[in-house]
Write a protein that binds this ligand. Structure first.
Ligand code: GAR
Length: 203
C-alpha cells in the first residue's frame, strides 16, 4: 500500500514536528511520510529540525506575499506541488481562510493545547491558552487534535487527552506538561489514523 504524503505547517520551535519525525522513525506513523515542512516564519527552529531529518523545507511569509489571498495561493501551490495527501498544522500560528480550508476538506489536522471546546477559537494560541486555563482555575486541561474547517478550532475532533493542572503551575510549566503528556502523543497517533484512512479508502 502506498504511503500518504504529509506536509507539516509550522511557525515556531517545532517540538510537535519533532514528535512526528520521531514517530515516523519508530514506525508509529507507518501509513504516511513527511515530505515537506513549510514555515511562515524565516527563523522558525522547526526548519532546522526538518533539515536535520532530511525533509524538504519552504518558507512562505505573508509579508512577501502581500495579502492573505496571495499567501494562501502560494501555500496551495507548494502543498499541491508536493502531491500532499494530508496537511498537519503543528504550531502554525496563522489562521487559514475558507478558500484554503474548503480546498482541503478533511485533509487538514491541527493540534490545539486545550480540551476543545474550552479555551479555543480566535486569540487562543500558544501560552495564552494555558494562561486562560490557569485564570479560570480548571483542574484538568489537555490537548485536542481536530480536522480544520472554516471555524477556528471548530472542526471535527479526532483525539483528545487530558492532563492535570498541578498546584503552583505557571503557563510555562503547564504548557510543557500538556505537550509532553498529550500533544506529542496524540498528534502522531492522529496523523497515522488519518493517513491510514486516506490510503485505505483508495483500495
Ligand atoms: C503547541 O503547544 C501547539 O499546540 C500550539 O502551539 C505550540 C507550538 O509548539 N498551537 C496552537 O496554539 C494553535 N492554536 P511547537 O512549535 O513546539 O510544536
Amino acid at each position: 500500500m502506498r504511503k500518504a504524503k504529509i506536509t507539516v505547517l509550522v511557525s515556531g520551535g517545532g517540538t510537535n514536528l519533532q514528535a512526528l519525525i520521531n514517530a515516523q522513525k519508530k514506525g508509529i506513523i507507518k501509513s504516511g511520510e513527511i515530505c515537506l515542512v513549510i514555515s511562515n516564519k524565516e527563523d522558525a527552529y522547526a526548519l532546522k529540525r526538518a533539515e536535520k531529518a532530511g525533509i524538504a523545507t519552504r518558507v512562505i511569509t505573508k509579508k512577501e506575499c502581500g495579502s492573505q489571498e496571495n499567501f494562501e495561493s502560494e501555500l496551495i501551490k507548494a502543498i499541491d506541488g508536493a502531491g500532499t495527501d494530508l496537511i498537519v498544522l503543528a504550531g502554525f500560528m496563522s489562521i487559514l481562510g475558507e478558500g484554503f480550508t474548503a480546498h482541503y476538506d478533511k485533509r487538514i489536522i491541527n493540534v490545539h493545547p486545550s480540551l476543545i471546546p474550552s479555551f479555543c477559537g480566535k486569540g487562543f494560541y500558544g501560552l495564552r491558552v494555558h494562561e486562560a486555563a490557569l485564570e479560570k482555575g480548571v483542574k484538568v486541561t489537555g490537548a485536542t487534535v481536530h480536522f480544520v474547517n472554516e471555524i477556528p478550532d471548530g472542526g471535527e475532533i479526532i483525539m483528545q487527552k487530558s492532563v492535570n493542572v498541578l498546584p503552583g503551575d505557571t503557563a510555562e510549566t503547564l504548557q510543557k506538561r500538556v505537550m509532553r503528556l498529550a500533544e506529542w502523543k496524540i498528534l502522531p497517533l492522529s496523523a497515522e489514523k488519518v493517513c491510514f484512512d486516506i490510503t485505505n479508502k483508495e483500495v
